[in-house]
Design a protein around this ligand. Sequence first.
Ligand code: HEM
Length: 457
Amino acid sequence: MTFSGWYNRSLNKIWGFVEDRTGMRKWALRPQPEFTFKPSYWTGAFVAVAFIYQIMSGMLLLLYYEPSVSITTTACGSGTGIAPAAWCSTYYIMHSVPMGTLLITTHLYGAYAMIFLLLVHFYRGYYLGVYKKPREFSWMVGALLLVVTLGMGFTGYLLPYNVLSYNATDVGINLAISLQIPLPGGIVFNAGALIAPFLLGNGTPQGLLSRMFWAHVLLLPLLLGALLYAHIALFESHGIAPPATSDPLQRRRFTEKEDKQHVPFVPHILWYMIKWGLLYLGILFAIAALWPWTLLTWYGNTAVPIPPIVPDWYFLWLFKLLDFQGVTPLIAVTIGTVILLYILFLPFLDRSKRTHPRDRPVFVYLGTCMIEVMIILSVWGQLTPGVQILPPQVYETLVPTFLVNAIVIAGLHWRYRTSYRRRLAASRSAGYGGIYAPSTANPAHPAPNAAEVRALE
Ligand code: HEM
């Protein structure tokens, strides 16, 4: 017997046994069409795998981590003086716990990977229009997941209690507590004063650390878990989004009959994901082993010069925004809020029935501008932290980027419209109603007749 024959038979046997004893298929996710056997259809599952690893590694870290700023007298064996317990316990994990450096590095890089994969998942959905009917709520719950995940990153940054993590967290906290919102009639609403007790508690460093700690290990993970449950439940109710299309008549979900012909989730799709998940873990561990994280000195160590304050890469762009001349905390928070509201309500802003990016030039343009702003500001933030950005630099850098972006997208769209009109004219002269062939995702859906096409154009 060949190896693959033996492998498949063994897997079938094991699966038959598990299915017989658990009846798993009944509670597994719905079957999916065969074309979804591509990683691009499961970007969210990658994020979920990354999240599961974060929970597992985080629980191991919890066995040793001490969320306290009390000063230890033994300096946790570092031989460099006295230090806060939070920093010491991190030092202990890295130097005394078996494979502690690998554990903490994979947790940290795992967070970066989760946020990066989340951005991939978000932008895939954005460009391919997966937020359109009937998936509006899936998208909105996803947007909340994005906020909570970033919140996990923010609250976790302080925990090692090193000089950089404390100072960068301080910038974020100060941004929130200095918020003053001017209202009509000359009234100023002090939103910061309202937020401060939630973030700072009694105003001591311990108050801040305790809040960040409990938010990071309990509050936000619970919220993330609950939102993820709703996100997956919505996904289950709609099924996977068919490929993006210019065909406004394409159905956006499969019928029960079609579902029955699809590939079962368990074991096939689950197994497919486990393979990708293992690859993810392999890469994460390899990178962590090659480039382990190093712990900077503790916050409060006056013997060492303070390094430039920079947050983690995913907040760099927002952090740099504060260096723009004339940008106050209120303006920075307003810009962040407008972007968030745009993402949240996108399904109700982009009302066209076509999902293909070539049919949605305005939204493609706005999405690409968001990526450009994030990249340019992050590079600025990394290279020149704290250095002011003057209006001429904005005109020289951001304005040409937006212009080139607009020209490229307008050009591509114009080219597409011309070829589209040509195809439409050719198909009409050949006696067809329109260029829409029965779609591959929905073979049952017939091409529209001439009147339907005219109504859609
Ligand atoms: C912690 C964060 C998130 C996790 C773990 C997650 C997980 C998932 C999973 C497992 C799916 C099923 C299909 C797939 O694997 O791609 C999915 C689908 C989806 N997600 Fe997310 N997601 C997250 C965040 C987001 C965000 C930020 C958005 C957008 C704002 C979003 C929007 C969607 C939409 C619209 C679908 C349905 C797509 C389809 O049917 O192909 N998700 N998500």
